[in-house]
Design a protein around this ligand. Structure first.
Ligand SMILES: Cc1cc2nc3c(=O)[nH]c(=O)nc-3n(C[C@H](O)[C@H](O)[C@H](O)COP(=O)(O)OP(=O)(O)OC[C@H]3O[C@@H](n4cnc5c(N)ncnc54)[C@H](O)[C@@H]3O)c2cc1C
Ligand code: FES
Length: 283
């Protein structure tokens, strides 16, 4: 049964930027949402900026999908924290906004993560695997699970220090294991090396895996989980123009034929719902 999802108000609303600051190689960008419901872990928003990015011919033309990384406060004065990687005109114009500026927001959209027992009735704990900017939904999921008493292990992987950030602020001193491909901190290599250690060293009968990150990492997680018979949910990405099912820009093939629209059928999907996590890759 799909996890229950909070419903987005039927409008795009202007939200005040509370603050914006760098966090390692990324940026934490905070908006005050006075209208929307509290999002569930794994949901995302479509963010619209009024400005244009220098050198990008008037772009961005369309909103950009961004996962919520942390929620503070309650409905009526929600603080929504986003972790931003400045890779193009949309995220560059977001990063240029400062406290008191305004940003267009629609959402929360998409299907959230399930609780472990919905995926495995014998579940006793969860393993979270985040890579790069994909640590954002892992941060909000981790707090959700820990606050409900679910034993949770968190594995985070980055290419290098320039392509990482937000770990201290979003995960605090909670126990996390880090992997850097360049060996600058933690394990030298892929975060999936750490996952393999857990899957081969433990009794995996009570495990559930959740993951978000680059497509190649998600595909490795999907395959490892399948090989070890562990249920897995993956938060996928694909180009999104609308965020609510109208444009079909986010369609990816599903197991057994047909397509999933990732904005409404995802972005969180079970590993067995797709034949590859690489389908939404851009470029
Ligand atoms: C559900 C969801 C949640 C997301 N959450 C986050 C988040 O929390 N934080 C975050 O920073 N991002 C997040 N993203 C990703 C973000 O929405 C995209 O990276 C978005 O495209 C950024 O917009 P941009 O204008 O800054 O960059 P774009 O110009 O769209 O470029 C993004 C990247 O894709 C490449 N690219 C774009 N178009 C092409 C093309 N045609 N061919 C080859 N390469 C191309 C660019 O080189 C660049 O590296 C999320 C995406 C989804 C779908
Ligand atoms: S983004 Fe438009 S249908 Fe999914």
């Amino acid at each position: 049964m799909p996890a229950e999802r909070p419903q987005a108000p039927f409008n795009r609303r202007d939200c005040r930027v509370a603050e914006s600051h760098t966090a390692g190689g990324y940026r934490i960008f905070t908006l005050i949402d006075e209208e929307g419901p509290e999002p569930a872990p794994g949901q995302f928003y479509m963010l619209t900026t009024a400005g244009t990015a220098p050198g990008f011919s008037g772009r961005p033309f369309l909103p950009r999908a961004i996962s919520v990384a942390r929620t503070l406060g309650t409905r009526g004065s929600l603080r929504l924290e986003f972790l931003i990687d400045e890779v193009g005109p949309g995220t560059i114009t977001m990063a240029a906004l400062g406290g008191g500026d305004s940003c267009g927001l629609a959402g929360p959209f998409g299907s959230p993560f399930s609780m472990p027992k919905e995926l495995n009735p014998d579940a006793v704990g969860a393993v979270l695997v985040g890579g790069g900017i994909g640590i954002a939904p892992m941060a909000v999921l981790r707090r959700h699970l820990v606050s409900r008493g679910v034993p949770t292990r968190t594995l985070l992987g980055f290419r290098d220090q320039a392509h990482s950030g937000g770990v201290d602020e979003l995960f605090g001193c909670e126990e996390t294991r880090l992997a850097y491909e360049d060996g600058s901190s933690g394990h030298r290599g892929y975060v999936t090396d750490l996952l393999l250690q857990i899957l081969t060293g433990d009794d995996t009968g009570g495990a559930v895996i959740y993951s978000c990150g680059p497509p190649a990492m998600l595909e490795a997680v999907r395959v490892l989980a399948a090989e070890h018979g562990v249920p897995v949910e993956l938060a996928l990405e694909s180009p999104m123009a609308c965020g609510f099912g109208a444009c079909f820009g986010c369609a990816v093939p599903k197991t057994g034929g047909g397509y999933l629209r990732l904005c409404i059928d995802g972005p969180v999907v079970r590993g067995d719902e797709i034949t590859t996590a690489m389908a939404g890759e851009v470029g």
